[in-house]
Design a binder for this molecule. Structure first.
Ligand SMILES: Cc1cc2nc3c(=O)[nH]c(=O)nc-3n(C[C@H](O)[C@H](O)[C@H](O)COP(=O)(O)OP(=O)(O)OC[C@H]3O[C@@H](n4cnc5c(N)ncnc54)[C@H](O)[C@@H]3O)c2cc1C
Length: 574
């Protein structure tokens, strides 16, 4: 059977898609656009379709009130079965769970969730888009009323009700990842006292510790509490209701709500039971056509594992953008033999937390060192995103490259400025395999409302190039702290003006010598030319200039504390 005039179309009689949230509907819609003749069926066990899960925290936090907005097209039409049938010619069956796949018969068994009635449906091509499920460790008390996740629209409804009722006083968010942090903001906006508890030494593990700590300080500045290096040992309750929890170190926290957000695992029961290959990360194994180990079954979204394009390793990358991209490829390949590909991911992510955003793409320094050991260089840059006269806001970026060839490996950025633009630039650069030399002269668009004349990203590349060429010897705030804690006594030079020093200062034994006065006050510097000198200022631009002056005057061991005070993640004297 052929379809239309395109000889590449296989025109399968029926394409079945399991899962009706992100990857599934995208696969179905793409298949339909490429093949008007096929029968396309979406099977979704829940009551809704095309839920914008990424919007749940904003619905819970009251950023918008109309729940339907989570389910509508940009034109305001609810994406329900009628919409799918009329607008797309796709049969979408909600309340319909797929319970088994018979690969030999090319059939799925389906169960009506309400009536329990079973049915068999044959397929020519099958797309699995079964998503992920929240990790729920067997912590005592996890079943108490008041312990929830924020994974489904039902969870979002529950938490929105909590907000609207206004009775909940204290909540604990268990897990400081993207969803935990977004939930923290949402419930804080609802007037609830929040504590985030994180097992690891930092929140937001896609960032290295220093940048994560800067975000944590911002979260604390808004009145939310953050406890790191500690896990939940037990949920405590009375009469079946949560009233507190006990941490691993014995601390007890009072709370009437706990939201578990400790990550998700691929939902692969169907695939496993059907004998499809599953990878080491727990996700369904697919090739770059999103084809599983069965050539007639494709899979996409949170249920699959992906290739990391930088390291070549397999990763589980549960992100909404990837679910859509993968779904598009799976749908195209289910409908045609064009051989559309999804080669892999660089793992980009971003979240908003109060006035800050935090994003990352590629490898963190920790991940890069695990892959390339010492062949790694980092640079930190702090500046505004646009000029001060346009009310520019702070950005702090950490860039990670392969030292031997300058290949970009990763970038992370935080702050109140336009983090999304920075991460988008680096994500494409990393995906394209660019090096630092490609980035230093990148031709990005510039006008004051949008950028600095040299965009923050390019200035970050300049810092990195200076470091790689040995023109700037950098040191991170973390290394400075370690030196001081180890009893070392470098000469620390603060190159700002006295007014700035009066307002904000680190209090780590620094000497204030404003950059403009430095050349006339060299006699205040150590006489030994090899004494270690660490220069900084608000963002370490003047710190860098000071370092160049000193190196030009014969000091040989001068370093710049990267990012200056803006990237200092410890308490300050002022
Ligand atoms: C609160 C929250 C915030 C998020 N924020 C972001 C963000 O800002 N950016 C980002 O990139 N990502 C974000 N994500 C992640 C993003 O939502 C997911 O990556 C995306 O939804 C994955 O889509 P999917 O279609 O693969 O899986 P899912 O959205 O999980 O959908 C899978 C669907 O399959 C159905 N299903 C499963 N098994 C069966 C079966 N046997 N029969 C029938 N139906 C079945 C399920 O009911 C479900 O509806 C967020 C997620 C959450 C929960």
């Amino acid at each position: 059977m052929t379809s239309g005039n395109d000889p590449k179309k296989q025109s399968p009689r029926r394409i079945i898609v399991v899962g009706g949230s992100a990857a599934g509907p995208k696969a179905a819609a793409r298949a339909r656009r490429l093949d008007e003749q096929a029968e396309i069926v979406i099977l979704e066990r829940g009551p809704d379709l095309s839920m914008a899960s990424c919007g749940y925290p904003y619905y819970v936090g009251g950023v918008f009130d109309d729940r339907n907005m989570l389910l509508t097209t940009p034109a305001g039409t609810v994406r329900n079965p009628t919409f799918y049938l009329k607008a797309k010619g796709i049969i979408a069956r909600t309340g319909t769970e797929v319970t088994a796949i018979d690969r030999a018969a090319k059939a799925v068994t389906i169960r009506d969730v309400e009536t329990g009635q079973q049915e068999e449906l044959t397929y020519d091509k099958l797309v699995l888009a079964t998503g992920a499920k929240p990790k729920l460790p067997p912590i005592p008390g996890i079943d108490l009323a008041g312990v929830t996740t924020l994974q489904s629209i039902k969870d979002a409804d529950f938490l929105r009700k909590v907000r609207d009722e206004g009775k909940t006083r204290k909540a604990v968010i268990v897990g400081g990842g993207l969803i935990g942090i977004e939930t923290c903001e949402a419930l804080h906006l609802a007037g609830i006292e929040i504590t985030v508890v994180e097992l690891l030494p930092q929140i937001l593990t896609f960032l290295d510790w220093q940048l994560a700590k800067l975000v944590e300080l911002h979260v604390r500045s808004k009145g939310a509490n953050v406890i790191v290096d500690n896990g939940v040992a037990e949920f405590l309750g009375q009469d079946g209701r949560l009233n507190g929890l006990k941490l691993a170190n014995g601390t007890e926290l009072e709370c009437d709500l706990a939201v578990l957000a400790i990550g998700v695992s691929p939902n692969t029961r169907l695939a496993r039971e059907a004998g499809l290959d599953v990878g080491k990360t727990g996700g369904i194994l697919v090739d770059d056509h999103m084809r599983t180990s069965d050539p007639d079954i494709f899979a996409a979204g949170d249920c699959v594992e992906s290739a990391n394009l930088i390291t070549g390793t397999k990763v589980h990358a549960p992100y909404g953008d990837l679910a859509n991209l993968q779904g598009r490829v799976a749908g195209e390949n289910a409908a045609t033999s064009d051989g559309a590909t999804f080669p892999g991911v660089v793992q980009s992510g971003i979240c908003k937390i109060f006035d800050y955003s935090a994003g990352s793409t590629g490898l963190s320094e920790e991940a890069a060192r695990a892959a390339y050991s010492d062949d790694v260089e980092t640079a930190i840059n702090a500046s505004t995103d646009i000029p001060g006269f346009m009310s520019g806001k702070l950005l702090v970026t950490k860039l990670v490259v392969k030292r031997s060839d300058g290949r970009l490996l990763g970038a992370q950025c935080i702050g109140p400025g336009d983090v999304g633009k920075q991460i988008a630039i680096w994500a494409v650069a990393i995906r394209g395999g660019l090096t630092i030399d490609d980035m230093v002269n990148a031709d990005l668009p510039y006008a004051p409302p949008f950028s600095l004349a040299i965009d923050h990203s390019i200035a970050t590349a300049h810092i990195m190039q200076n470091k790689l060429k040995g023109r700037m010897k950098g040191i991170s705030a973390v290394e400075v702290r370690h030196k001081l804690d180890a009893g070392e006594t470098p000469f620390i030079l603060d190159g700002r003006g006295p007014d700035e020093y009066e307002q904000v200062r680190l209090g780590i034994g620094e000497h204030l010598i404003p950059l403009g006065a430095l050349r006339g006050r060299l006699d205040e510097l150590p006489a030994e030319k090899d004494k270690e000198i660490i220069c900084f200022c608000k963002i370490s631009l003047r710190g860098y200039e000071a370092a160049r002056v000193l190196e030009g005057r014969g000091w040989t061991n001068v370093r710049v504390m990267e990012g200056g005070i803006a990237a200092w993640p410890y308490p300050r004297e002022k």
